[in-house]
Design a protein around this ligand. Structure first.
Ligand code: ADP
Ligand code: ADP
Length: 228
């Protein structure tokens, strides 16, 4: 099992008030799979994803990603894990405005080992001709393609996408989802995606419905049997 989470709990303290944000999450996703986390705002989706990606830590429970017990890593090992194994894609792209497309992508390839080269990833995400543009000169969909290129240049085992189409119109969203499926197929990258959009869930192998810090439903989509 690529992601295997057992009884994960997380609380936030603010003053004297403790809020339990994750209340014993259980979750499994196969290697090379596409998982979707659905749920209302405030249900704990980002907290869960950030713990899986090593940005945040759980209080208790077990989070195993490709054999690594993420919750037990010390700070240095957690940083190495995050840099080498995880790619992040966010709703608002998080590009550096003063850097060109290729410079935005290089930022990450300098700090991590990058098994893929710049031209290959630009080609893969379909923006080879925009290499020297600045983010403000690109559409939202193109900016998201840059952020996907930045995430995949280190060939991460796991791509974590937090509302990757949340700021995009319908047809652009579709093309970004197709791109993520292509990345999944081409590089075998396991993908876990947060969304509010139930239509997006149709492309997933597994859908986890989160409500108030608990997984209330899990569904496995049927893989269509090809016609003879
Ligand atoms: P979602 O992604 O589903 O909208 P989040 O994981 O962002 O949910 O947040 C879940 C709950 O945890 C919310 O009530 C939010 O206010 C709270 N929360 C998230 N991050 C923090 C934090 N750093 N400090 C305190 N509370 C937080
Ligand atoms: P560090 O802050 O320890 O240098 P990195 O910047 O190497 O960690 O984090 C690795 C990846 O995680 C980068 O691709 C970066 O874009 C992403 N990342 C981590 N935390 C955040 C955050 N809060 N907002 C946006 N991106 C983040």
């Amino acid at each position: 099992m690529f992601i295997h989470i057992l009884n994960l709990k997380k609380s936030y303290q603010s003053g004297v008030v403790t809020t339990e944000v994750l209340k014993g999450i259980e979750m499994k996703l196969e290697k090379g799979g596409i998982g979707v986390i659905l749920g209302p705002s405030g249900s704990g989706k980002s907290t869960l994803m950030n713990i899986i990606g090593g940005i945040d830590r759980g209080d208790s429970g077990s989070v195993v990603v490709d054999g690594i017990e993420v919750n037990q890593l010390d700070d240095n090992k957690l940083t190495t894990y995050r840099r080498e194994q995880i790619g992040f894609v966010f709703q608002f792209y998080n590009l550096v405005p003063s850097l060109t497309v290729s410079e935005n992508i290089e930022v990450v390839s300098h700090i991590s080992h990058s098994p893929l080269n710049m031209d290959e990833v630009l080609e893969a995400v379909g923006i080879k001709d925009k290499k020297h543009r600045f983010p403000r000169e690109l559409s939202g969909g193109e900016q998201q393609r840059v952020s996907i290129a930045r995430a995949i240049i280190k060939n991460p085992k796991l791509l974590l996408c937090d509302e990757p189409t949340g700021a995009l119109d319908y047809s652009t969203s579709r093309s970004i989802l197709q791109l993520l499926q292509q990345v999944n197929e081409k590089y075998g990258t396991t993908i876990l995606m947060i969304t509010h959009n139930t239509a997006i869930a149709a492309m997933a192998d597994r859908v986890f419905k989160l409500r108030s810090g608990e997984i209330v439903a899990e569904s496995v989509n049927q893989i269509p049997v090809p016609a003879e």
